[in-house]
Design a protein around this ligand. Structure first.
Ligand SMILES: Cc1cc2nc3c(=O)[nH]c(=O)nc-3n(C[C@H](O)[C@H](O)[C@H](O)COP(=O)(O)O)c2cc1C
Length: 182
């Protein structure tokens, strides 16, 4: 069975994007999904000096192995000042120095959410353009969710609006059907 690697590009213990990716995982019917926490693979701020002195950190080599061990990705990224968080970018910068392309010619489902009304869509559009250069074979970036704390019910773990539930279900189903045809 093909395996999807899922994570949020956040280092916040209360990440809303982690909640989103967990919820998306629950919508997947056909694939085995491994949910990881990128905080378990944290690394110092990238610097060429550090790289020359001590090479790529062990945590990054482990993260690369996990990427290699999966067939596709499911990612929810926060938006910080219109871009992906420095935490996420830093891990990707290190990964780009670990040999080969970051996403190893594999498909990526990208999503985002934020407490604000735009749901991180500026960054989502930017990442959609960027990811093919990072080795993503195909990028699906059709799901963002604004006003997270109104849109998500922490008690039930579901979205408050049925149309948001249906949207997420469709995005995940479409992604799975794309993967089926790979
Ligand atoms: C430095 C900083 C910049 C932010 N910039 C944006 C932004 O550009 N757009 C947005 O929708 N939210 C922005 N936010 C709010 C985040 O969406 C919010 O903190 C969210 O919870 C981050 O996602 P996470 O909980 O998954 O880490 C910003 C937050 C911080 C701390």
């Amino acid at each position: 069975m093909k395996k999807i690697l899922a994570f949020a590009g956040s280092n916040s213990s209360s990440s809303v994007n982690r909640k989103l990716v967990e919820h998306a995982k629950s919508k997947a019917a056909e694939y085995e999904i491994t949910l990881i926490d990128l905080r378990d693979f944290d690394a110092p701020m990238f610097s060429e000096d550090l790289e020359k002195a001590s090479g790529v950190p062990e945590s990054i080599m482990k993260l690369k192995e996990v990427f290699t061990d999966h067939d596709a990705f499911m990612i929810a990224s926060p938006e910080h000042n219109g871009m992906m968080p420095a935490f996420f970018k830093n891990l990707m910068d290190w990964l780009s120095r670990a040999g080969g392309k970051i996403f190893q010619e594999k498909p990526v489902l990208l999503m985002s959410t934020s407490p604000g009304p735009r749901g991180g869509q500026t960054n989502l559009a930017n990442m959609k353009n960027l990811f093919p250069y990072w080795g993503a074979k195909a990028v699906f970036a059709d799901f963002y969710l604004g006003s997270f704390y109104q849109a998500y019910d922490a008690e039930t773990g579901n979205f408050t609006k049925p149309e948001d539930e249906a949207r997420l279900k469709k995005v995940v189903a479409d992604y799975e059907s794309f993967l089926n045809n790979q």
